[in-house]
Design a protein around this ligand. Structure first.
Ligand SMILES: Cc1cc2nc3c(=O)[nH]c(=O)nc-3n(C[C@H](O)[C@H](O)[C@H](O)COP(=O)(O)OP(=O)(O)OC[C@H]3O[C@@H](n4cnc5c(N)ncnc54)[C@H](O)[C@@H]3O)c2cc1C
Length: 325
């Protein structure tokens, strides 16, 4: 009988996203058998220490060509060939752009059910794994059970706490037989965003701005606040559409989903499409001059005031506190 969890993720020169230790922790906690990790590309085997620290029993690294460049169809075919050899009952992906691209292909090719963007997984007394995931743009949570023998889930980053569990993973040499024809679409170039800009999906604090900032150059105020907090800068969609900030800043239903510890919404009204991207934040701090703005309905802390006064004052206060400590 199939058992165990196969955790599949991307990596960059041995660096993994926060969600990888979180996925390994969840894989262990649901307790359906051994945990096998699979990752790809140059530096894949450098993730071994992290895998051992968070409890992967086995590890598979596909470092060789053609796995150095992502290909949806090529990776999918290779994974489909691997799955019967591991015979897991569950496959976990990160709910990142990469995982969102690959997981539906694998589900379709293997005839497995898929629940995307799950906040948590738990196992009830009847042994079924139940996933909780947001629906209606984050307005409600649904409990989902997959009824196919193989169940595939993608896990939203920064929701589950990573708990170390030290083991010594066995490295499995299970190399796929790859037909070159599988790699029909391949990523030809990766461009690194400015290296000093933090990625919003990985940041613990996000300072985000909306139309209330009035103009592109006023984002400098948020850059200054973000610098003292060690935060990433994000935005609502209209300001990215208008070119005030790069599209990589755009958060929400059609942008990135973030789940930091603290999310600052500055001059953002709190439209439902924006809230869809921030509902996983632990604390939301709203700064808006309209006391009736919908963002205050979801905010844990709010300042009703002019952001052009509040943000410089807040930045200065935090700078002083940091200097004193
Ligand atoms: C299909 C679809 C998908 C969408 N997807 C997304 C998405 O992914 N992400 C997203 O963000 N939006 C999305 N939208 C757009 C969304 O509906 C809103 O239009 C958008 O979020 C509003 O952006 P905003 O809050 O920056 O601007 P506004 O709604 O114009 O709000 C600006 C806020 O700034 C405040 N303000 C103004 N001046 C000041 C000041 N001096 N000090 C303090 N506060 C001030 C105002 O009171 C106001 O609340 C989508 C829309 C559709 C139809």
């Amino acid at each position: 009988m199939s058992q165990g969890v196969l955790v599949i993720f991307d990596q960059n020169q041995g660096q993994v996203r926060h969600v990888v230790p979180e996925m390994l922790t969840v894989a262990r906690q649901i307790g359906v058998g051994s945990v096998t990790a699979l990752t790809f590309g140059t530096g894949a085997s450098k993730t071994l220490d992290t895998l051992g620290e968070y409890g992967a029993d086995q590890a598979i690294f596909w470092e060789q060509e053609p796995f150095t460049r992502y290909s949806s169809d090529g990776f999918a075919d290779a994974i489909v060939e691997l799955v019967p050899k591991i015979d897991p009952s569950i496959i976990l992906f990160p709910a990142t752009a990469w995982g969102k691209d690959l997981s539906p292909r694998i589900a379709e090719l293997l005839g497995a059910g898929l629940a995307t963007d799950c906040l948590s997984l738990r196992r009830e007394a009847d042994q079924q794994v139940i996933a909780t995931r947001p629906v209606y743009a984050g307005k409600a949570l649904a409990d989902v059970v997959i009824e196919t023998p193989l169940q595939i889930f993608s896990l939203r980053p920064n929701i589950n706490r990573a708990v170390p569990h030290s083991v010594n993973p066995q490295v499995l040499e299970l190399n796929p037989h790859i037909a070159e024809t599988s790699f029909r679409s391949v990523v030809v170039e990766l461009r690194q965003a400015q290296s000093d800009v933090k990625e919003v999906t990985e940041a613990d604090i996000v300072v985000s701005g909306g139309r209330g900032l009035k103009a592109s150059e006023n984002f400098a105020l948020l850059d200054q606040l973000a610098a003292v907090l060690g935060a990433a800068v994000g935005s609502s969609r209209p300001v990215a559409d208008d070119g005030w900030v790069p599209h990589s800043y755009h958060i929400g239903q059609t942008g990135k989903v973030v789940s930091p510890t603290v999310y600052f919404a500055v001059g953002i009204s709190g439209a439902i499409q924006h809230l869809a991207g921030i509902s996983g934040s632990k604390y939301i701090v709203a700064i808006n001059n309209d006391a009736e703005a919908p963002i205050f309905k979801v905010a844990n802390y709010g300042v009703v005031g002019d952001l052009f006064q509040v943000i410089p004052a807040l930045t200065e206060e935090i700078r002083k506190i940091k200097a004193d400590s």
